[in-house]
Design a protein around this ligand. Sequence first.
Ligand SMILES: Nc1ncnc2c1ncn2[C@@H]1O[C@H](COP(=O)(O)OP(=O)(O)OP(=O)(O)O)[C@@H](O)[C@H]1O
Length: 320
Amino acid sequence: MAGEITLQELDAGKFIEEKVEAIRNMVGNGIAINALSGGVDSAVVTLLGHKALGDRLKTVFVENGLMREGEAQQVVNWFKDLGVTVDVADARAEFFSALAGIIDPEEKREAITQTFYRDVFGRIVKASGAKYLLQGTILTDIDETKAGIKRQHNVFEQLGINPEDAFGYRILEPLVELRKDGVRAVGKALGLPEEVFNRPPFPGPALAARVIGAVTPERIETVRRATAVVETMLRDSGAFQYLAILHEDRVTGIRDGKRDFGLQIEVRCWDSVDARIAEPTQLPFATLTRMAAEIVRTVPGVVSVTYNIGTKPPSTIEAI
Ligand SMILES: Nc1ncnc2c1ncn2[C@@H]1O[C@H](COP(=O)(O)OP(=O)(O)OP(=O)(O)O)[C@@H](O)[C@H]1O
């Protein structure tokens, strides 16, 4: 098991050289593949892999219907500018059908994980002929999996699958010694634009992690629109992460002078260094009220907006 390289110990240039070399040695003349979510971890892995293998690294973004507004195109454009071609696989119908009728958070994560790895990405890897899979697992993912906090990471272990036996490919995890701050430093040294290496984390289950209760295309669209408002207004807040959550309960509101039994959005904005502990950002009250007004104005059906003032722990950063 690899140890930890702290941000203080990290020499990003040397780290990049070593990992590029290791990927080249492992893959040889073969083909490797990686799944790019647009988050900093998989973005850094994409660039390391591309530096090592050029076009012999195939990079795939899965359009699962749960991503933010314009996300697929934005990810494709960022990487096009860096000389990397990203394939977009449309699997929206598959994900929504796998999520239909599921309310329990753990079951949602499980359905998304299974659909992603076993069905959609498993199929893509098989068709690509790749024998190596590059993953952006970081040390915090491993800690959280061990502690039983999340079941999203190191999924093969959790699924009881040995990928080499099951799919015939091996996994390379070049970032397992780093935490988020170290990954950002490596991303910067690799030439990723700041809006990518400093991007707030976004969960694996995507917007489905921010919908309490049933996940439908309509409910995802509601949280997607609220997310767009929150992200636009808090982009320069300096916070670690900020998000909108759609609640299941409805509340009585008034719209156009009439009673409206409407939707509730919860806004969370966190200060944190590495996501292990987090505190609510002390946003100016004027920012909060402007954000609430904008959400109610632009997101159909929403009549109430709340701001979370709990801490992690006992909360987690996301809703599920
Ligand atoms: N829509 C997607 N398309 C392609 N790959 C994805 C997608 N969503 C998740 N992944 C893959 O699953 C991994 C785990 O996702 P998750 O969001 O939990 O990770 P993360 O540890 O925050 O990483 P990242 O910073 O890369 O998003 C990602 O690193 C990426 O490889």
